[in-house]
Design a protein around this ligand. Structure first.
Ligand code: UD1
Length: 417
């Protein structure tokens, strides 16, 4: 199994270029199920989750050509309407094929997403919303079996904002009869980007980015060309790398307005951040103040940056409370950070980080995607050698991390034992 070795303490400078957002690429690739015409995407990140969704779409009949950061996807005919467990279990976003299959073919059999390391992540809101659109749904042997003559527009109020649920309903409602209104919708930038693609395909989606999204269903959709927005979580991760070890490190090709809550926090603790239209320039300061953070739906502080922020807080003076409100069990990086010398205690949904602590290299284990990123950041700040096991978690969402950090001056390499 591949591991990552980091020799800590190196200064980071030069440029790190941010790729396309994984969390937009996934639903946007799924949108190719809605048309027989080609959908061409650019700025598609080369990460494992994208490869996983491509495999699932190919299984369903989509022909996909990839050329660096470009994909051309075209569905001429469905191979089938089943998304098997093997292809769904590793990635929850695979579940989004259910709505498009149902809208196009009137039936679908999609495995429920498997257990996930960051706690119970149900899809009950996806299902109750699809039922409002007229889908007949039942669960059989771990699969959702869905049927509908034709989906009909409906008024849907989510119990709490769900990113995947909002995207799933936008996909399905684009081909429903009549108008669908989604209330208490997720406002993440990836939702807005998906709406832009759907509209380019001929759909009528309004209000994405606010808490009410209105979708007027079309009888058919066509092909489109679309550039995926930059990955705000990748950008935020490199921003924190720069706050830890940067000397005018430039994070380029990003959209700072998409992750202001993170940039504000990093500035508030005392880092020197210059904000451009599509770049950030960040230098490490000699001392930082510990400042609390609480994860919230967008535009609040993103849960996908919580672990990385905690790595930064180990270097700040005082106590910082980091509260996770979106997912249960998303503190698995804490024992690993503590093995590197951090002083973090967890009390329910809140972690108390006491700093500053000089971190030391250690052998640590990645447990999920963003937890892995926090260990990389801690490794960059630590004295000595850090070895991170289970690198495949990182590969799900960070494109060419070793190359990007290496070019900025980090001493980091992949190896097999
Ligand atoms: C997406 C992101 C993920 C991010 C998360 C929150 C993708 C591919 N992934 O995940 O990186 O961490 O948003 O910003 O875009 N919930 C229910 N029932 C449902 C759906 C969700 O209870 O039917 C709960 C979840 O368990 C969680 C909360 O709602 O507690 C938010 O989840 P959701 O926004 O749906 O996350 P994902 O779309 O899975």
């Amino acid at each position: 199994m591949e591991k990552l070795r980091i020799q800590g303490g190196r200064t980071l400078s030069g440029q790190v270029r941010v790729g396309g957002a994984k969390n937009a690429a996934l639903p946007e690739l799924v949108a190719t199920l809605l048309t027989e015409e080609p959908v061409r995407l650019t700025n598609v990140p080369a990460v494992r989750d994208v490869a996983t969704i491509v495999r699932l779409l190919e299984h369903l009949g989509v022909a996909i050509e990839r050329d660096n950061d470009k994909t051309r996807a075209q569905l001429s005919a469905f191979n089938g309407t089943e998304a098997p467990y093997d292809l769904v279990k590793t990635m929850r976003a695979s579940f989004l094929v259910l709505g498009p299959l149902l809208a196009r073919t009137g039936r679908a059999r999609v495995s429920l997403p498997g257990g996930c390391a960051i706690g119970a992540r149900p899809v009950d809101q996806h299902l109750s919303a699809l039922a409002r659109l007229g889908a007949d749904l039942r669960v059989e042997e771990g699969y959702v079996v869905a049927e509908a003559q034709r989906l009909r527009g409906a008024d849907v109020t989510f119990d709490s904002p769900t990113v995947g649920g909002t995207e799933h309903l936008m996909l399905a409602a684009s081909l429903a009869d009549g108008t669908t209104v989604l209330r208490n919708a997720a406002r993440e930038p990836e939702v807005v980007d998906l709406a832009a693609l759907l509209n380019a395909m001929g759909a009528e989606v309004e209000g994405a980015g606010s808490d009410t999204v209105v979708i007027r269903g079309a009888s058919e959709l066509g092909g489109a060309d679309h550039e995926i927005l930059p990955d705000r979580i990748e950008a935020g991760t490199y921003l924190i790398a720069g706050a830890l070890k940067g000397d005018r490190l430039e994070v380029t090709k990003c959209r700072p307005t998409d992750f202001e809550a993170v940039i504000d926090k990093v500035q508030e603790i005392g880092a020197d951040v210059e904000i451009g239209d599509d770049f950030l320039r960040v230098s490490a300061a000699s001392d930082y103040r510990g400042i609390d953070a609480r994860t919230q739906p967008h535009p609040g502080f993103p849960t996908d940056m919580q672990a990385q922020y905690m790595a930064l807080m180990t270097q700040a003076t005082g106590s910082a409370l980091v509260t996770e409100t979106i997912f249960e069990n998303r503190f698995m990086h804490v024992p690993e950070l503590n093995r590197m010398g951090a002083d973090i205690t967890v009390d329910g949904h809140t972690a108390i980080v006491r700093g500053p602590r000089q971190l030391g290299g250690a052998r640590v284990m990645a447990t999920d995607l963003r937890a892995s990123a926090s260990l990389v950041l801690a490794g960059l700040a630590a004295e000595g050698e850090t070895i991170i096991d289970r690198l495949y978690h990182l590969d799900r969402g960070y494109e060419s991390l070793v190359e990007k950090l290496g070019a900025a001056g980090a001493e980091v390499e992949r190896f097999r034992e």
